[in-house]
Unconditional design. Structure first.
Length: 198
């Protein structure tokens, strides 16, 4: 009743190995794969783009451009990176409190429900002292957007989705055998080699 054939065990092993190579949804955590940790872009993994001191400078620079509230700053950074990086409220709001305690920003008259901040004289002096560092940080954020644009083209996304669907449909079927798995892997390996030679 509980007997399993050697073929069944071997077949399951091959299938699990294949799934392990490409992830349950077809791929792992590559440019188009899923990742289920912290957010980078919405639903993806959060990247550690910079440390807390660098984030402080970025927020200060954005506030220097115009008075902003926390949510506005989060969206501004998301825009700068083309959606690649979205800092959490749990990081942004404590940093704003620190900037306020340091006297580099102050609460501004906003007329809305959200608390907005404007830069102070001390804040402007800090930006002047660290101008090169601030410019490098903003360039890093823009580069993230540039990388996203280069690697997230529509035709590639469509092709990857087609491949993911095909893998999901064909590989996860109970009757698939190890020979089919090896053939599928060979096709993928060949495609990867051809892309590398482009």
């Amino acid at each position: 009743m509980f007997r399993h054939s050697h073929h069944t065990a071997e077949h399951c092993g091959h299938r699990l190995h294949f799934i392990g190579r490409f992830g349950r949804h077809g791929f792992g955590h590559g440019a188009w794969g899923r990742s289920d940790g912290e957010r980078g872009e919405r639903g993806g993994r959060r990247q550690r783009v910079f440390d807390s001191g660098e984030l402080r400078l970025v927020l200060l620079k954005l506030i220097a451009e115009q008075p902003r509230h926390g949510y506005d700053l989060i969206r501004a950074i998301e825009e700068l990176t083309g959606g690649t990086y979205v800092p959490s409220a749990g990081v942004v709001y404590p940093t704003l409190t620190l900037l306020q305690d340091m006297g580099q920003i102050a609460e501004a008259e906003s007329g809305g429900a959200r608390k907005s901040f404007a830069i102070t004289t001390e804040g402007n002096e800090e930006l002047t002292r660290r101008k090169a560092e601030v410019e490098a940080l903003l360039a890093r954020l823009r580069e993230l957007a540039s990388v996203r644009e280069r690697t997230d083209g529509g035709p590639i996304r469509r092709a990857m989705e087609n491949l993911r669907s095909a893998l999901r449909y064909r590989i996860m079927r109970d009757e698939v055998d190890s020979e089919t798995l090896h053939k599928a892997a060979a096709i993928l390996d060949e495609a990867a080699q051809k892309i590398e030679r482009l």
